[in-house]
Each structure stands twice: as C-alpha cells, then as structure tokens.
Design a protein around this ligand. Structure first.
Ligand code: FES
Ligand code: ZN
Length: 283
C-alpha cells in the first residue's frame, strides 16, 4: 500500500482522508491499514436499502469503527433522501448498479467537501482494477481508459480521489483481514452477483493460473506505459461545469443527475429488493 501511495503521489500524513466503507474485506482492510500506518482517516458509509445485505453491511462497519475507536460518517438513503437503491432502479428503469453508483459517488464527494477532507479513498484492489481495465479494453472505451487511474486530482469542484490498494489482490486483502481479526461481510451485493465485471475477474484468474503475474503486469504496465499516452483524452477534463441550482454540486445541467434521481425515486412507492434481482442475481 505504501508503495502505491508513494509511486502515484496519492497523499501525505498531513492530509485528512475519507475512506468509503461497504462492510466488505477491501474497504475495511484499507481503513485498518491506513489507520495503522498513521494516516488521519475517517470512514464513510451509505445505507443503500438493499434488504438484508445493507442491514448486515452496516452492522459490520459500525462494529469495526466502534472497536477501534475510529470516526464513521454515515448517510442513509431512505431516511435522508426518501428512497433506496431497489426503488431508484425501478423508478429510473435502469440497472440498480447505475443508481447505486451515482448515489454513492455524489454522497461521497459531498461528505468529503462538507467535512473538509483532502482526499477520498476507496478499496478497489488489483482484481477490481484489472477486471475493469479488461472491460474497457474489450470495448476500446478511450474515455473510461483515460480516467482509469489510481489517483485523480481534485478538479471542477470534485475532491481528489485515490485507490491505495491497486497493487494488492483480493486474496491479500482477505489475508490481511484474517491476520488482523477484522470481521467483514463475505457476501457480495445480491444485485451485483453475476455481472460482467465478475465474469472478467474469472477470465483473468484463469489466465493468471497459467501465467502467474499476468494480472499485475496487465494493470500496472497500463498505468505506467499506456495511461500517460491517454491523458487529456477525457471530455470531462476540459468541459465547463456549473453548480447545480439545488445542491451546488458540479454538473453540466441546471439540476444535477443526483437531484433528478432523488426527485424521481422518492416519489415512487418503495420497491423490495427481491423485485429487482435478475435471474442471475437470485440465490
Ligand atoms: Fe450498489 Fe450492489 S452495491 S448495486
Ligand atoms: Zn444537485
């Protein structure tokens, strides 16, 4: 982790960090590693209202913070914004992960700016990043490829973002949790189960089995050799943004996508999670 922080110039011990935690192994391992290494780091958790999964993930996060006397900032979508992820999915007629991701990103950025944090950090590991990279390469999605960096500088009202675990695999973060006695939620989000991202992970794992260290070469060499060639290729890097008239967040419209989502989803009847699980998501 320290090597990634140094190599990519993520932050220093003077910075105040906010880490997004889900209750899973990666985010809790990251919070623990950063605190152990002496960084000033608080946690941030969003209650997404995804049935038992959200109830349990919240319990793991709260227990982790309480046991270690760490500060946790929480937001509950249903209590504070009048909707949850299953209802947002139904109201917008889009896949649940899109409303979920947008809500999390918006609230995370807002919490960081409101709380005066210098950098927001997430627990994306090498397996996550390599799988996303494979997906982006398979579609030659230049816009996404240009932004798939372990650190993004603050810009246009967005806070600086960093992923300190990009050199570590899932097995390594799980091992850290075992060694440190961290209790985490093993179950994945029931909605995400079986998605394309998980399939890309399986593909990379089978290549890795035949040719060890391919996964890290694929991702880390992309960052060193390819990403510099793509810098400046993002439309968002140059486009002008204004403040959302409702919440002040940066947006290309008058009202930002999050505020529009809140309007739509909070007006909709609550939808139980079972109704939005696709065939593959059902267990
Ligand atoms: Fe967001 Fe599953 S965690 S849809
Ligand atoms: Zn807004």
């Amino acid at each position: 982790m320290e090597k990634a922080i140094d190599d990519y110039d993520m932050f220093s011990p003077d910075d105040r960090l906010l880490v997004a935690v889900s209750g899973g192994k990666d985010s809790l391992a990251l919070w623990d590693m950063l605190a152990e290494a002496g960084y000033q780091v608080d946690g941030f958790y969003v209650g997404l209202g995804i049935g038992d999964y959200s109830d349990e993930s919240g319990e793991y996060v709260r227990a982790f913070a309480a046991e270690r006397d760490l500060h946790l900032v929480t937001v509950d979508l249903r209590e504070e914004y009048g909707y949850d992820v299953p209802t947002a999915a139904r109201a917008t007629k889009r896949v649940p992960c899109s409303a979920c991701g947008m809500s999390k990103r918006h609230l995370f950025d807002k919490a960081a700016l409101d709380g005066g944090y210098d950098v927001v950090v997430t627990g994306h590991n090498l397996d996550d990043e390599a799988a996303v990279l494979l997906g982006n390469v398979l579609h030659w999605d230049i816009e996404y490829l240009a932004r798939q960096l372990p650190v993004l500088e603050a810009r246009n009202g967005f806070p600086k973002k960093a992923k300190p675990l990009v050199r570590l695999t899932e097995r390594e973060t799980a091992a850290w949790c075992v060694i440190r006695g961290i209790d985490y939620l093993v179950e994945e989000c029931p909605i995400a189960a079986g998605n394309r991202h998980l399939h890309h992970k399986d593909v990379l794992n089978s290549i890795e089995k035949e040719s060890p260290s391919t996964k890290s070469a694929f991702y880390l060499n992309f960052i060193d050799n390819m990403a510099p060639l793509l810098s400046g290729q993002t439309a968002g890097a140059t486009g002008a943004l204004n403040d959302c008239v409702r919440c002040g967040a940066p947006t290309t419209n008058e009202v930002c996508a999050f505020c529009r989502l809140v309007d739509k989803a909070s007006a909709h009847e609550p939808v139980p999670v079972e109704l939005v699980l696709g065939k593959r998501g059902r267990r």
